[in-house]
Design a protein. Structure first.
Length: 74
């Protein structure tokens, strides 16, 4: 049964069209695959990146501190 499946795959032939395929509608190259601008920004990319990670990492610690103060641990 598997031999028959492999035999059918071996017979298939693929051919390319003679038409010229149009390229993608977006530019190619470094940093063009990102959904945000990295180069030539008014604010360097590192600043919002660091703010995002500092806030995301700091919120759990802030929440624990608030809860401990409410419970009277601190």
């Amino acid at each position: 049964m598997l031999a028959r499946a492999f035999q059918r795959q071996a017979v298939r032939q693929f051919s390319a069209s003679t038409k010229k395929l149009s390229g993608p509608h977006f530019p190619e190259g470094a940093y063009n695959n990102l959904p945000f601008k990295v180069k030539n920004r008014k604010v360097p990319y590192a600043i919002p990146h660091l703010i995002f990670w500092i806030l995301g990492g700091g919120i759990p610690f802030f929440a624990v501190t608030v809860q401990q103060k409410r419970a009277g641990v601190w």
